[in-house]
Design a protein around this ligand. Structure first.
Ligand SMILES: [Mg+2]
Length: 259
């Protein structure tokens, strides 16, 4: 069995062995019991300058082509579904019956990720020092996510990858911020929710995680073009977000705030 799958109970996707080696967890202390659920885009790398514009354009092209509508209407519908469902994919599947895998494949056209995503020694070192299991939890498709992790050079530091294809239950996609998906994930991880830490740039996803009793860390400063209204975020004891960091490289320094 795939090692990451053994930990998470969720599929990790093809070539999963590259995502991590067998890592048996002994009771080496409370920090080793933590499970870090790491968002990918604008949390571990900056997707704003080049990647998001290309995804948005590809999605608009796909919607226009499949639904036979003008580009501006297709763009508005893409945004509407994203705002309503958390992912344009869900709206297209629910209302138009499109093939989800075709949509994911055609809207993430990145044969050149190796050129766009730079290797990050700082990220690799951070993950090496961070205690506990590290699993990437992303609403992006598996092939794209694996490409980004390869580009960053951090696949070997991870215990698993859960992409959107794996957030499907009883035939329905339940990506972040689905509380149902998070609850199922926690059950399959077989750890108390308080041992799981969601690291994210999306307030909606963090708030959902907090409602499921996960610990929460918001990353606010990775992307200069971040679209979220992070200025309104408040982190701290008693709030829905536990800790705020500017970048993921500081995570090992805030472990004491999580416990
Ligand atoms: Mg993100």
């Amino acid at each position: 069995m795939n090692p990451a799958n053994r930990h998470s109970g969720l599929p990790v996707g093809g070539r999963a062995r590259s995502m991590g080696r067998v890592r048996r967890r002994h009771s080496a202390g409370a920090e080793q019991d933590l499970v870090w659920l790491l968002d990918l885009d604008n949390t571990l790398h900056d997707a704003t300058p080049e990647i998001f514009p290309r995804i948005n354009l590809a999605m608009t092209d796909y919607v226009a082509r499949r639904l036979g509508m003008p580009h501006d209407e297709a763009s508005a519908l893409r945004v509407h579904y994203w705002q309503r469902y958390g992912a344009t994919l869900l709206g297209m599947v629910h209302h138009h019956g499109i093939d989800a895998h075709e949509f994911l494949r055609e809207t993430h056209p990145f044969p050149d990720l190796h050129r766009i995503v730079d290797r990050s020694h700082a990220l690799r070192e951070m993950l090496r020092r961070l205690p506990g299991r590290k699993i990437v939890l992303t609403n992006a498709p598996n092939a794209y996510a694996r490409g980004v992790l390869r580009g960053l050079g951090i696949a070997a530091q991870l215990d698993g990858l859960i992409a959107i294809e794996s957030m499907r239950f009883a035939g329905r996609f339940l990506p972040k911020p689905s509380r149902s998906m998070l609850a199922k994930l926690i059950a399959r991880l077989r750890v108390p929710a308080r041992c799981c830490v969601l690291v994210e740039d999306s307030p909606a996803n963090l708030h959902a995680a907090r409602a499921c009793r996960l610990r929460t860390v918001v990353v606010t400063g990775l992307s200069l073009g971040a679209v979220h209204a992070t200025g309104r975020l408040r982190a701290g004891r008693g709030r829905r977000i536990d800790v705020q960091v500017q970048s993921p490289w500081t995570l090992p320094r805030i472990v004491h705030k999580i416990r």
